[in-house]
Design a protein around this ligand. Structure first.
Ligand code: NDP
Length: 254
């Protein structure tokens, strides 16, 4: 018998909700019954998505924020709690990928990856934790979740991917450490490590898709919804079930 639980009366915050995996995740969690705070920099996209969720009978709040600013990350969490009254689920999806030869790489690109993929995730998690811990007592599900979107690049390093690898290995490591620290308080930490997924990610810098296909050949990419499905699986499981880590690769990606 399936024991998956609806997310009615819970509140989720999704970073990177303006496109790709974050957008698909926000739609999915809203469909499961959560009120969803949508966080990213492109406000027009967030507002359109919020409208779509509301038209489908859900509840959504658009929050424009650059999560690489600790203050904006803290404000995003504070606005979510002010509007919806609590926070049960944080999905850290926002990320940038700027891979290529290291000598030519502008230092600014490396800084951006560290600032969004690691610092941003760190700021969001730090700001959210007190609210998550507090939400357990009144949670209809008696458990709350942080789901971090790392990458297959958070498990396996590759040439010309050094700093993206470094940020994603860090996300995978921090998630496991936080899992151990908070699991007894009914705060589940999970990490998802996707392989190639058809989003805007490879377009963050020219030549990245060519570099990927040189390594893996032609690949039928995952859909953003495939990763949203993994997020949903994690957060709708009952309290006793903690899914710590999920690797999702395209079948064609060795
Ligand atoms: P997208 O480019 O489609 O989405 C990236 C999201 O991050 C956008 O919503 C963007 O919004 C947001 N973002 C970037 N910078 C900031 C910032 N400073 N503040 C707030 N939001 C920001 O790519 P994906 O959906 O693929 O990426 C989602 C996550 O999945 C990333 O962490 C990525 O590393 C990871 N991943 C993706 C894989 C893939 O093959 N696609 C594979 C493995 C992992 P905006 O620009 O509006 O701020």
């Amino acid at each position: 018998m399936s024991s998956f639980e609806k997310l009615d009366k819970t509140v989720a915050l999704v970073t990177g909700a303006s496109s790709g995996i974050g957008r698909a995740t926000a739609l999915r969690l809203a469909a499961e019954g959560a009120s969803v705070a949508l966080v990213a920099r492109r406000e027009d996209r967030l507002e359109k998505l919020a409208q779509q969720i509301q038209e489908d009978g859900g509840s959504a709040l658009s929050i424009k924020a650059d999560i690489s600013s600790a203050r904006e990350a803290e404000d995003a969490v504070a606005r979510t709690v002010a509007e919806f009254g609590r926070l049960d689920t944080l999905v850290n999806t926002a990320g940038v990928m700027l891979n290529g030869p290291s000598i030519e790489a502008p230092l600014e690109e490396w800084d951006r990856m560290v600032n969004v993929n690691l610092r941003g995730l760190m700021y969001m998690t730090k700001a959210a934790l007190p609210h998550l811990v507090a939400a357990v007592a009144t949670s209809p599900r008696k458990v709350v979740d942080v789901v971090n979107i790392s990458s297959v690049a958070g498990r396996f390093a590759a040439a010309q991917v050094a700093i993206y690898n470094a940020t994603k290995f860090a996300v995978t490591a921090a998630t496991e450490a936080w899992r151990q620290e908070f699991t007894k308080q009914s705060v589940r930490f999970s990490v998802i490590e996707p392989g190639a997924t058809a989003t805007e990610l490879f377009g963050h810098k020219e030549g990245q898709w060519e570099g990927f296909t040189a390594m893996f050949g032609e690949v039928e990419q995952l859909h953003a919804e495939d990763i949203a499905e993994a997020v949903s699986f994690i957060v709708t499981n009952p309290r006793r079930v903690a899914i710590n880590e999920i690797v999702v690769r395209p079948t064609d990606q060795s």
